[in-house]
Design a protein around this ligand. Structure first.
Ligand SMILES: CC(C)(COP(=O)(O)OP(=O)(O)OC[C@H]1O[C@@H](n2cnc3c(N)ncnc32)[C@H](O)[C@@H]1OP(=O)(O)O)[C@@H](O)C(=O)NCCC(=O)NCCS
Length: 172
């Protein structure tokens, strides 16, 4: 059993689990609250998860986890193996419902993805982040990413950050 498996499951009122096809409409709703519309995101997420849509230089291995609170999806993370920018992994999306932010949901989702990367031998991980998205940039920086180039940040070794006790905080 990997440590990621240990961290899946119920944590207070939150459940962290791998994505299911039936989660896609709620995931699309969460993404569309920040950019685009739900129809766009339903198609995009389904194509990504079904490997019909490959981000540049993506390999086939990919995963996604969701956080469920009171039977409602409140957050999601997704990532895949890649060869982009000499990286081994790419964080594709991370989003939390606005009213659930600042409580560590994204941090715990990030940890699950980080451990999935490590389990797949992917230690150098990149993420595309809009330079104007200050919340996301701060989140990634706080979790160990540094600037790679315009629009991109990188974890030079994501293993270091998955061991940080910050991630082991329990929800209030
Ligand atoms: C970026 C994003 C995912 C962060 O989600 P989040 O759930 O609020 O993140 P966390 O709660 O884990 O961490 C955010 C802050 O809460 C703090 N925090 C972490 N655990 C906490 C806890 N248990 N209680 C209170 N605060 C906590 C963190 O220290 C962090 O503080 P900071 O503002 O100084 O960085 C969220 O803002 C979002 O969905 N943005 C829109 C989508 C987006 O831009 N995604 C990235 C590009 S794909």
């Amino acid at each position: 059993m990997t440590s990621a498996t240990l961290r899946l499951g119920k944590l207070g009122e939150e459940t962290y689990r791998p994505v299911r096809a039936s989660d896609i409409p709620a995931m699309a709703q969460i993404r569309a609250a920040d950019w685009g519309n739900e129809e766009y995101w339903r198609r995009r997420i389904a194509e990504y998860l079904n490997r019909k849509m490959g981000p540049k230089e993506a390999l086939r291995s990919r995963t996604s986890f969701v956080c469920v609170r009171e039977e409602r999806i409140v957050g999601l993370v997704a990532g895949h193996l890649t060869r982009r920018f000499d990286c081994e992994g790419e964080l594709e999306w991370i989003s939390v419902r606005q009213e659930c932010r600042g409580k560590g949901v994204a941090s715990r989702l990030f940890l699950l993805l980080a451990e999935w990367f490590i389990a797949h031998g992917a230690h150098r991980v990149c993420v595309d982040v809009d330079p104007a998205n200050e919340a996301a940039r701060r989140f990634y920086e706080r979790h160990g990413a540094v600037d790679l180039r315009r629009h991109w940040m990188v974890w030079k070794d994501i293993q270091i950050y998955s061991q940080n006790s910050f991630f082991n905080r329990r929800p209030e």
